[in-house]
Design a protein around this ligand. Structure first.
Ligand SMILES: [Zn+2]
Ligand SMILES: [Zn+2]
Length: 386
């Protein structure tokens, strides 16, 4: 069995709103090129992403919505006609063949699921996926179809698996959470910048699930300006306790890379350190609890030049037990992409230290996050569930 497969098809690059839209899957090209440059990604590691079938999309989406997406992408609908479906908006504009491209991202996550569940690989990565804001009948926050929701239902139906979904994107993983809010056999864990000032506004610790699913939804909203140490303290404690509580058969991690200080859409102060540590612990716990079954997807990440390629490379390196490099990035990669990049690259795997001016409210933010963690985990620390 392979350690891991890298799921990718060039068709995934067709998920493109415009040249100026912040969501830009050129990130996939930049990441793969960086990995190939250091000899860490070989063509034999790459498995093509299939396209999700209509039946599979229906696991998460309304038929009417799928029809709207298809027609919009084929030039048959005006913006006004799809606005109530979240399509043709400023966040999620219409683009040609948007159904086909979106279904290819979902298909990639399903390919990753099959590789792991059929025993072809212990772990699988689909960086094109992670579109966690997609709703049953509505697009939201750059996300059309929700690949993780489809994949988790698919894992339930085809493999009868108990799934833990972990979302470290800086935005709340709302779409996936609401999909399984009443389902006791899917646990969702999201660490994100508090929704007080940031899209989508949800992800409060009091969102714990409903009905049978009460107690299987976990939210860890952290303060704006949270730095590495506090982020990782919350992450590590949350992960260990939720894994131990839920004991999943398989873990699906969403790896948005927008909690970095450079990210233009959020206000967290993470550095490359968190992107080295996040996959390391997910990997360890997947082996401890899930016999290694770990599927990882991408997500947000809007500094596509300085942040995402390094962050996502470390995810793949971790999955394949390759040493995380230190020091200089390959010169060939820098030379190839610097002319196109609007900002100077960070030329090393690590960020410069310090990356930013010290924060005056550091202690207060750490304290607030620690208190939040206590409250969020209180339910599994005190209540015995049968
Ligand atoms: Zn995000
Ligand atoms: Zn492993």
């Amino acid at each position: 069995m392979k350690k891991a497969v890298f799921v990718y098809s060039p068709e995934q690059l067709g998920y493109k709103f415009s040249d100026t839209h912040p969501f830009n899957h050129k990130r996939l090209t930049l990441t793969m090129d960086l990995l190939k440059n250091i000899g860490a990604l070989d063509d034999v590691d790459i498995v093509p992403a299939r396209i999700a079938t209509e039946e599979e999309l229906l696991l998460a989406h309304d038929p009417k919505y799928i029809e709207i997406v298809k027609n919009a992408g084929h030039g048959k609908l005006s913006e006004a006609q799809c606005a109530s479906y979240g399509i043709g908006t400023e966040d999620t504009p219409i683009f040609e063949n948007m159904h086909e491209a979106s279904a290819q991202l979902v298909g990639g996550t399903l390919t990753a699921v099959d590789c792991v569940m059929e025993g072809k690989a212990q772990h699988a990565l689909n960086l094109g996926g992670g579109l966690h804001h997609g709703f049953r009948g509505r697009a939201s926050g750059f996300c059309i179809y929700n690949d993780s929701t489809v994949a988790i239902r698919y894992l339930q139906e085809k493999y009868n698996a108990r799934v833990l979904y972990v979302d470290t994107d800086a935005h709340h993983g709302d779409g996936v959470q609401w999909s399984f809010y009443e389902d006791p056999n899917v646990c969702t864990l999201s660490i994100h910048e508090t929704g007080r000032y940031l899209f989508p506004g949800t992800g409060n610790i009091t969102e714990r699930g409903n009905g049978q699913g009460y107690g299987t939804s976990f939210n860890f909203p952290i303060d704006a300006f949270t730095e590495d140490e506090s982020f990782l303290e919350i992450y590590e404690k949350a992960m260990r306790e939720v894994f131990e509580f839920f004991k999943p058969d398989v873990v699906l991690t969403q790896n948005g890379a927008d909690a970095h200080y450079f990210d233009p859409l959020t206000h967290l102060y993470g550095t490359m350190n968190i992107y080295r540590e996040i996959p390391k612990l997910a990997h360890k716990l997947a082996h401890e609890y899930c016999d290694g079954k770990w599927i990882a997807v991408g997500g947000g990440g809007y500094d596509i030049w300085r942040v995402v390629p390094r962050a996502w490379s470390m995810l793949w390196l971790e999955m394949t037990d390759q040493k995380i490099p230190t020091g200089a990035l390959p010169q060939a990669w820098l030379d190839r992409w610097q002319p196109e990049a609007p900002v100077p690259f960070i030329p090393t795997w690590e960020d410069p230290n310090p990356l930013y001016e010290p924060i005056p409210r550091k202690a207060e933010i750490e304290e607030k996050n620690a208190q939040m963690l206590e409250k969020a985990l209180h339910i599994i620390r005190t209540e015995k569930r049968s």
